[in-house]
Design a binder for this molecule. Structure first.
Ligand SMILES: Nc1nc2c(ncn2[C@@H]2O[C@H](COP(=O)(O)OP(=O)(O)O)[C@@H](O)[C@H]2O)c(=O)[nH]1
Ligand SMILES: [Mg+2]
Length: 323
């Protein structure tokens, strides 16, 4: 049974934003988007022919925005085709925008929370990618949706990590299960799942240490966490969320591949798209891994986590008005 759908909640937020005049996604993605916008759209608009020079310029813009070689080539091939029929700047621009949306639509798969005892979300990713912050934002949104939430301080590697999670817990008035520094991550998470079950909590979100994909001992620790959770509920974790820093470009891709191998990632969160991220990495991720993109992080505040929507994202990147 579905307890909560993030996309529905997102749509309600968008309507509220429009009324409340709060910053739009386009505003939040301004730094990320302005580059692509200038690089692609403004270039296309001024022209009425798709010549080789223009194609070359577009190619280098797409590559610099981390879109990836294959996706870039495919987009350019699409544009060439379009140009045979209509090479006006506006036609090419609209076509490019539609092609970009098409490439992201398959990964627009919002997280649906189901009734479990509890629904377990395991959050993984390298240090600094935004795991703990994402957990704080997520806890808030779930609570707002009427769900009870508990957090597990599974990042036992760094003392500060436990405190950081506790701060988010206090802010949201959500219980945080932790043990002393240096505790065994799997044991903390095991305790937390048991406690959440005993208290009838809807969703347990577990933080983990920033496992560098090259540190095989940390990957082993992750396998242990998965084994231990499965002892309590063989369907858990119900979601393995990989948090990727959107500004790390192709690195995000190799992280995604390796975490997916170690922990069967079921969804992605791409953070820091409000900063100087180039945004294109989402296209490369969609092309190469086709993993569901659950959320995007567009700031440090509690409300700066949005369910991913392909069209809204592309429109915001390219500075289009929302339809
Ligand atoms: N601008 C911006 N900063 C973010 C975002 N998500 C996380 N951060 C910041 O990134 C830093 C690392 O985040 P943290 O959650 O501690 O990462 P962790 O090590 O993976 O748990 C913190 O300073 C966060 O405030 C985001 O979407 N936008
Ligand atoms: Mg952390």
């Amino acid at each position: 049974m579905k307890l909560f759908s993030f996309l529905r909640s997102r749509k309600a937020d968008t309507e509220a934003d429009a009324k409340a005049d709060s910053p739009t996604l386009a505003k939040k993605l301004d730094k990320t988007g302005s580059r692509l916008r200038r690089g692609l759209f403004d270039r296309l608009l001024g022209r009425n022919a798709l010549d080789e020079d223009l194609l070359e310029e577009l190619e280098s813009e797409l590559l610099m925005a981390d879109v990836g070689v294959e996706t870039t080539n495919a987009l350019l091939a699409d544009l060439r085709e379009r140009a045979k029929r209509d090479s006006s700047g506006t036609s090419l621009r609209d076509h490019l925008s539609a092609c970009l949306v098409d490439r992201l639509t398959p990964v627009e798969q919002p997280l649906d929370i189901e009734r479990r005892s509890p629904y377990v979300v395991l959050v993984v990713g390298v240090n600094g990618s935004g795991k703990t912050t994402t957990i704080g934002k997520l806890a808030k949104q779930l609570q707002r949706g009427g769900l009870s939430v508990m957090l597990a301080a599974g990042d036992t590697f760094r003392a500060a990590a436990v405190e950081q999670l506790q701060t988010w817990g206090e802010r949201n008035d959500v219980p945080v299960i932790s043990q002393g520094p240096g505790a065994d991550s799997a044991s903390v998470i095991f305790d937390a799942v048991s406690a959440a079950r005993a208290r009838g909590v809807d969703v347990l979100i577990a933080d983990t240490a920033g496992r560098l994909q090259t540190q095989s001992n940390l990957m082993d620790e992750l396998s242990k966490v998965l084994r231990v959770i499965a002892k309590l509920d063989d369907s858990a974790p119900h979601e393995v969320l990989l948090v990727l820093d959107g500004s790390t470009g192709q690195n995000a891709l190799s992280q995604a591949r390796q975490f997916h191998e170690a922990a069967k990632v079921s969804g992605l969160v791409v953070t820091k798209l409000d900063g100087t991220a180039k945004g294109g990495v989402l296209f490369a991720l969609a092309h190469e891994l086709a993993l569901p993109v659950r959320f995007i992080g567009v700031g440090e505040g509690i409300d700066d986590l949005q369910a991913f929507e392909a069209k809204a994202f592309v429109d915001a990147l390219l500075g289009e008005e929302q339809a």
